[in-house]
Design a protein around this ligand. Structure first.
Ligand SMILES: NC(=O)c1ccc[n+]([C@@H]2O[C@H](COP(=O)([O-])OP(=O)(O)OC[C@H]3O[C@@H](n4cnc5c(N)ncnc54)[C@H](OP(=O)(O)O)[C@@H]3O)[C@@H](O)[C@H]2O)c1
Length: 235
């Protein structure tokens, strides 16, 4: 058997933005590995994405188990950290359990994935972290989401310094109108968001994936937190 080419690993690649990125990276000729929490579901989605897409099962909220889950992934060129479990939370009515779950996922789980995969990466490797514009524009219930996405900004900068020459960038989407989380929201909710977006439309999953491929592949870009929101936070 020949040596495997260096993979693009998409953590949280079974749905939404992660799945879309996996499709794009496969189309661009990369070997792709997606992850979700359940192996059977990840296998099903990997099969749908196409030949050349493999999978693994891991739970970002259980970082102690991540190393075992990613053993055998092989050489890695690109890592996309996309997974999320949304936590609607406020300081006045605080749910500690869900807050710890999301904080652990993004701030410890993402870092542990990087720690685990580093021996498989080389000087040309790159990492993209998915944050979100809730750090800049909070909404009712976004307290944990805003907090962790602010954390992603700091993580991007420290990892870019620590892991050099491996590049580390983050993208921060606004509301992605065709993503599963938003697509079925009431028209009035979506219209109000469009109203505040200078481009006159919500950003799309494929546009976000194109931002991610740019950040992963362009060696000029490093340590950047890039807004991908159609200018939503300007207005
Ligand atoms: N959609 C938007 O409008 C938007 C806006 C701003 C930022 N973002 C950011 O973009 C990223 C993707 O969002 P999305 O809307 O595409 O999410 P999504 O559709 O809800 O998909 C979430 C992904 O994360 C995985 N996941 C859930 N819990 C997990 C856990 N505990 N451990 C590991 N993986 C887990 C899911 O896989 P399984 O269910 O198979 O485990 C799935 O693949 C997130 O980081 C989010 O903060 C999205």
């Amino acid at each position: 058997m020949g040596e495997r080419s260096a993979a693009t690993v998409v953590v949280g690649g079974t749905a939404g933005l992660g799945r879309d990125l996996a499709e794009v990276m496969l189309e661009r000729g990369h070997r792709v590995v997606i992850t979700g929490r359940e192996l059977a579901r990840a296998e099903e989605v990997a099969g749908e994405i196409g030949a050349g897409c493999a999978c693994a099962a891991l739970d970002l909220s259980q970082p102690e188990r991540i190393a075992d889950a990613l053993a055998g992934v092989g050489p890695v060129r690109h890592v996309a950290l996309v997974g999320i479990a949304r936590d609607e939370n406020t300081a006045r009515d605080y749910d500690i359990e869900t807050a710890i779950g999301l904080v652990t996922m993004k701030l410890v789980g993402y870092t542990e994935v990087v720690h685990t995969l580093l021996p498989e990466m080389d000087d040309d490797s790159s990492i993209v972290l998915y944050g979100g514009q809730a750090q800049a524009r909070p909404y009712p219930g976004s307290t944990t989401v805003s907090t962790v996405n602010g954390g992603v900004m700091g993580m991007t900068r420290t990892l870019a310094v620590e892991l050099a020459p491996i590049r580390v960038n983050a993208l921060h989407p606004g509301v992605v109108g065709d993503s599963p989380y938003w697509a079925d929201k009431p028209a009035a909710v979506l219209d109000a968001l469009v109203e505040r977006t200078p481009t006159g439309s919500l950003v799309k999953m494929r546009e976000i994936s194109e931002v991610a491929t740019f950040l992963l592949e362009n060696r000029a870009v490093n340590g950047v937190n890039l807004a991908a929101d159609g200018g939503w936070t300007l207005k």
